[in-house]
Design a binder for this molecule. Structure first.
Ligand SMILES: Nc1ncnc2c1ncn2[C@@H]1O[C@H](COP(=O)(O)OP(=O)(O)OP(=O)(O)O)[C@@H](O)[C@H]1O
Ligand SMILES: [Mg+2]
Length: 259
């Protein structure tokens, strides 16, 4: 598969899938936990196709199965039953090395907790994943600085995360995710720890990344945050109960709320 950059300025690699073609295909996914003799169906028969270049919000109440689904999409976990094709490849047939390649290079993860290293400066935080991948110092620093620039933090590269605001810390974690130029960005409650103004700033950045070609899957329990996406998938008790464009979702919510 070609790993060349499609666009030197965009922070993503070519995954061999044309825009608008299926990139993430989940077929009848079940994730079942066994708890003291009882079955918990965290995902209960989810079928979902996300095309390259989409910006999808996955919404649902606490415990509905959103993070479980994200962990499967991110190849951090495997379904109990069902199939997951990524860029046309059956993930169940991938070797451990291939799966870690997916996690390290093809997907950028953004979490509510940024998992930053508070004793390292911004550049070192962003560089770290590249160090693990065996890049040399010069290339690491160049790539990390480019990513910091992309999120508007390059001038602060010597600071430590503690000297940043919450929104800046989240932008730093986005820079770290972008370093490997992932084609897909998975964000689990990316604004969960932020106030509304700072949330807008981070959502603006995620929207820009989508415009530049990244496929975005963003999990949120907050319907107003879902409005930044283009397509909304609502989950309840591990099942999809709504899947439509963001305008249809807004209408669906109005109906639900009776106004
Ligand atoms: N490792 C586990 N063992 C047992 N049950 C689990 C495990 N992980 C998740 N669950 C259960 O699966 C269901 C879905 O959990 P999940 O974390 O996917 O929900 P969520 O939609 O992300 O919730 P939240 O909005 O609170 O983050 C819950 O009932 C949860 O208790
Ligand atoms: Mg969750």
């Amino acid at each position: 598969m070609s790993r060349e950059l499609t666009n030197e300025r965009a922070f993503l690699s070519d995954d061999g899938v044309a825009p608008g073609e299926p990139l993430i295909e989940l077929r009848n996914i079940y994730k079942i936990y066994y708890m003291g003799g009882e079955e918990v169906h965290a995902n209960d028969g989810i079928s979902l196709t996300i095309n390259k270049g989409e910006f999808v919000a996955i919404v649902g109440k606490s415990g509905s199965g959103k993070s479980t689904l994200m962990n499967i999409i991110g190849a951090l976990d495997v379904p109990t039953f069902g199939e997951y094709f990524l860029a046309g490849e059956d993930t169940s047939e991938m070797t451990d090395d291939e799966l870690s390649e997916v996690r390290n290079n093809r997907i950028g993860f953004i979490f509510q907790q940024y998992n930053l290293l508070m004793k390292l400066n911004l550049l070192e935080n962003v560089e770290l994943p590249l160090l693990y991948k065996g890049y040399g110092k010069k290339e690491r620093e160049e790539k990390a600085m480019e990513a910091l620039k992309r999120v508007g933090l390059d001038e602060k590269w010597k600071s430590t995360p503690l000297q940043l605001s919450g929104g800046q810390q989240q932008r730093l974690s986005i820079a770290r995710a972008l370093c490997a130029r992932p084609s897909i960005i998975l964000a689990d409650e990316p604004t969960g720890a932020l106030d509304s103004r700072t949330s807008k700033d981070v959502l603006g950045l995620i929207t820009e990344l989508n415009k530049e070609g990244n496929t975005i899957v963003m999990i949120t329990h907050d319907p107003s945050i879902a409005m930044y996406s283009k397509r909304v998938v609502e989950i309840m008790d591990g099942r999809i109960i709504f899947d439509g464009d963001v305008k249809a979702y807004a209408d669906h919510r109005k109906l639900q709320n009776g106004n």
